[in-house]
Design a protein. Structure first.
Length: 201
């Protein structure tokens, strides 16, 4: 329709097919808003928004949108969407609800081994948490809102990956900055690092 969501959907599809999920999400969100305004809800767009959030590792948003997407018959008939919803719930620590979804799904697809595994995992999660109070995780002074991970300790130095350098190019998949390697010295009698420097290359 002229001025409707179709143009944004086509743009979103082009970005999605190239794995530019954060850009695709912007177009699908605009298409969704236009469809709602026109009182013509679109199940495919709703599902694509959920898929984008899943690829962007945002389980809270993914749960919200899969919940809505599965209200459309064309989406609820696809087993994969149910599995994505169950995983989102488990990632959000909603284990009891994930088990409910799994049982409902298995009532129609009792042969699905993956759904059985998800159900088992949602029922025994307390086993994995029983010793969690033995450990304490704290952020270092050098941690940023970006991805900081993969530390390797060598004598008194630590090498790690980070996407904190905002002068680097953006990664098309999620719109975050490319990873770089950094090295820092361990502060004696401390869990902190000092003299952190970028490793060129």
């Amino acid at each position: 329709m002229a001025g409707g969501p179709d143009r944004q959907i086509r743009k979103g599809d082009r970005k999605y097919d190239r794995y530019f999920y954060y850009k695709a999400l912007k177009h699908y969100s605009k298409a969704y808003d236009k469809a709602i305004k026109a009182e013509e809800p679109n199940g495919r767009v709703t599902l694509r928004i959920a898929d984008c959030y899943r690829h962007l590792n945002d389980p809270i948003s993914a749960e919200k949108w899969y919940r809505e997407a599965l209200e459309y018959p064309e989406n609820s008939g696809d087993r994969q969407n149910w599995l994505y919803m169950m995983r989102a719930l488990m990632n959000n620590q909603k284990y009891d609800e994930a088990a409910t979804w799994a049982r409902k799904y298995l009532a129609y697809h009792p042969e699905d081994d993956l759904a059985k595994d998800l159900l088992k995992g949602s029922e025994v999660y307390t086993v994995f948490l029983k010793d969690s109070t033995r450990f304490k995780i704290t952020n270092l002074d050098i941690n940023t809102p970006e991805s900081d991970f993969g530390p390797t300790i060598q004598d008194t130095t630590v090498i790690f990956s980070s996407a904190k350098d905002k002068e680097k190019l953006l990664f098309g998949w999620n719109g975050r900055y490319f990873l770089q390697l950094y090295i820092g010295n361990i502060v004696e009698n401390s869990a902190q690092l000092q003299d952190v420097k970028h490793i060129p290359g």
